[in-house]
Design a protein around this ligand. Sequence first.
Ligand SMILES: Nc1ncnc2c1ncn2[C@@H]1O[C@H](COP(=O)(O)OP(=O)(O)OP(=O)(O)O)[C@@H](O)[C@H]1O
Ligand SMILES: [Mg+2]
Length: 396
Amino acid sequence: MHKPLLPWPHVARARLAEHYLDTADVTGARAITLFGARGIGKTDFLVKDLAPVAALRGYRVVFVDLQGNIDEPARLIAEALKFGERSIDRLVRTFRTPVTRSQLSLGAAGPQFGAHFDHGDTSDSLLALARAFDSLKATPRRPVLFILDEAQTLARERHLPVIAALRAAFQKHDAGILRVFSGSSRNGLERMFRRARAPLFGQGGQQETFPSLAQPFIERISDWFEAQTGGADLDRAAARRGFAVLKGSARLFRIAVADVIAGAQPSILASCQAAREASPDLLVWQERLARLRPVERALLESIWKGRDELYGAAHLEALALTHGAPVSVSTVQSILNRFDRNGWIYRIEKGRYELDDVELEIALEETAQQAVLPLPALKAGRSRPSRPASPTRRKG
Ligand SMILES: Nc1ncnc2c1ncn2[C@@H]1O[C@H](COP(=O)(O)OP(=O)(O)OP(=O)(O)O)[C@@H](O)[C@H]1O
Ligand SMILES: [Mg+2]
């Protein structure tokens, strides 16, 4: 006797949407960049909260999702600009899913959409992009909210022409288009907007850390759980702890709740722990960590523990212990550069770094919990003679 599941509720954050739009109004910023860890609800917010609130304020909203392996971003954006204009009313009224690549490929773009797989954008697409921006005729009185989700996807050499086209369009229509960029990699976003040679240098506007969902989310989901199960209580304190274990990932929390409802997990806290351990991203990070040299691993742990003075004598000595030989400043520097380039870490300021991926942080936490003593674990890793492949470039 399976009762059909009630739809998963969306916990609205209209006030946060108002806040971003007010910030743009007050400061005159024409762009906002939202950074937030994976799964914390950025896309849901952009589509279900920001878009409708902006539409009520008179913005025409265009939403572009660059998630995944986007081969022709200019074409995708150009189509979204055309498609978005027509569809956004429906999109915001019904809170439908965002305009995605698959929808577009079935829509106006016709079957040839995506046909130039892996060849990048053609000059036709770049022209189409510029024209699509022109035809919006955006002005401060007829403003457009242009949302680029997973913007860091463009931070690649081969997308430089797209970036240049975007930059030109933004400059041309500066007053009429409010840009919102979002992404889960501070490093990737920084590569886009902040570095001196970044292709969209200075175009990222106001930087904001996107907050994860909080107590109202737990409350609402607990109510939903009780409706779902015909009155069985969800232990709210445990749900809160579980949500913290998941570092605010609404995506993993949803999986954890579903597993409790299905009877696959005895309690919400156990279910959150299981969801965390089963997260596919975590497994990828665990494999990457296992391939690191002990000195690389130790350096990563230092960053995780918030240690500064990474080049200081005391730290170099500690690294030398795991390495079994002296470690020089330049060795540290080259490892840090590689981690940085590959998006593992993010440089807050000269010589100070933070991890740039929440799943990497969890992977380090998990192994630290498993290790009885950190040193033997590192030594065990050292006996592995093969040098790891350099950290692989992560998605987007
Ligand atoms: N406000 C919300 N209310 C209820 N559930 C939510 C909310 N936000 C997110 N979720 C749940 O979490 C899932 C993941 O959210 P979302 O895709 O928005 O995360 P994200 O931050 O964009 O992740 P990524 O970085 O991987 O793109 C959603 O599919 C939804 O089930
Ligand atoms: Mg997203």
